[in-house]
Design a protein around this ligand. Structure first.
Ligand code: FAD
Length: 302
């Protein structure tokens, strides 16, 4: 009830107040903010993946501008010597308006990263995007086998099969690099697991499948039981350090993050930045009202 109330009034709250909770989770508005945050993390032995905030654009003119912004981000970040790669959301490039135009824009971004020997992760959005984003990834992976990865969501019932279906893109030279996360959108029960234990169980099964196949799992979670399950699998399959990593969101569970880094596990932090932080945060809470409790804590429990 309270969660729903907060998610409804949040878009009308003053931006300065919303920034009070957002600033812990967002690097800032400018590329310089992102580079600074990334370098601080690098100094703690953590790699980054930089993301420009924004999604579900309304016209293709925005896609052109967003592509230019990503190209600039890559230019600046590489020049600054940040140890990290890039993440992007295909709807920020117009995936749901014109998938060919989106493909061309994203291809340019991946080509730019590849020219620096770097890597772009295709984030996974809500279920109307799943097939489109897998198809997009397939095309990019065929052209840039070592420079692109995808995200899959453990809460979707289809994910275990999706991993199997992607096996043809996997090789020892260019392992299939998949970030597995629980999934952040609210999806229909017909296509998604809803219970906490069920999602966690499938998360672990998906990671195990990737390890059995010698793929590269990027284990994106802040949930201790899932982290512990993944650690057991790393031990069981003797996965070398260059064939997996943990990933966490900027500002979330820093103590758990540090304990993994201290144990020598590869860690990457997702660093979102950009002018669209307000829309991003309010949309996120509307999509997933559980986030409202996190906001309440951030605003009132200091
Ligand atoms: P949960 O059980 O949800 O959380 C465990 C604990 O972590 C919570 O109790 C809380 O203490 C803490 N926590 C979790 N999230 C937050 C938060 N945002 N703020 C504060 N505390 C928090 N989802 C997608 O659908 N598509 C993507 O492309 C995608 N990319 C991601 C990239 C990374 C690097 C990460 C870490 C997550 C990504 N997600 C993505 C989000 C993911 O799907 C989950 O919604 C999110 O990570 C919460 O799940 P959890 O595994 O941490 O477990």
């Amino acid at each position: 009830m309270l969660n729903k109330l907060i998610s409804n009034i949040l878009p009308y709250m003053p931006q300065a107040l919303v920034w009070q909770f957002s600033k812990e989770y967002i690097a800032g508005e400018t590329i310089e903010d992102a580079v600074r945050a990334a370098k601080d993390l690098n100094n703690e032995g953590i790699k980054t993946t930089i993301d420009v905030l924004g999604e579900f654009i309304k016209n293709l003119g925005e896609a052109e501008a967003n592509k230019r912004e990503y190209l600039e981000v890559i230019e600046v970040t590489e020049k600054a010597g940040v140890q990290g790669n890039y993440s992007l959301k295909p709807t920020f490039f117009g995936l749901l308006i014109d998938k060919e135009a989106a493909y061309r824009h994203i291809r340019e971004v991946v080509a730019k990263a590849a020219s620096h020997g770097n890597f772009v992760r295709i984030d996974m959005e809500d279920s109307p995007c799943t097939d489109l984003e897998i198809e997009l990834f397939r095309r990019l992976k065929a052209e840039f086998p070592g420079n692109v990865g995808l995200v899959l969501q453990a809460y979707l019932k289809r994910t275990h099969q999706d991993i199997k279906n992607l096996k043809d893109l996997h090789s020892a030279e260019y392992p299939l690099n998949l970030r597995l996360c629980k999934g952040i959108y609210v999806e229909p029960a017909a296509i998604s697991y809803k219970k906490y234990d069920e999602v966690n169980q499938h998360f672990i099964e998906d990671i195990e499948l990737m390890m059995q196949e010698g793929m590269y799992p990027a284990i994106a979670t802040h949930d201790k039981p899932v982290v512990d399950g993944a650690l057991k699998l790393i031990e069981k399959y003797k996965v070398p350090k260059d064939l997996y990593e943990f990933q966490m969101l900027y500002g979330v569970t820093p103590a758990l993050r540090k304990s993994l880094v201290d144990q020598g596990h590869p860690m990457r932090v997702y660093v979102p930045f950009g002018k669209q932080w307000f829309g991003y945060c309010t949309r996120r809470v509307k999509e997933n009202p559980k986030m409202a409790s996190v906001i309440m804590k951030a605003i009132f429990v200091k």
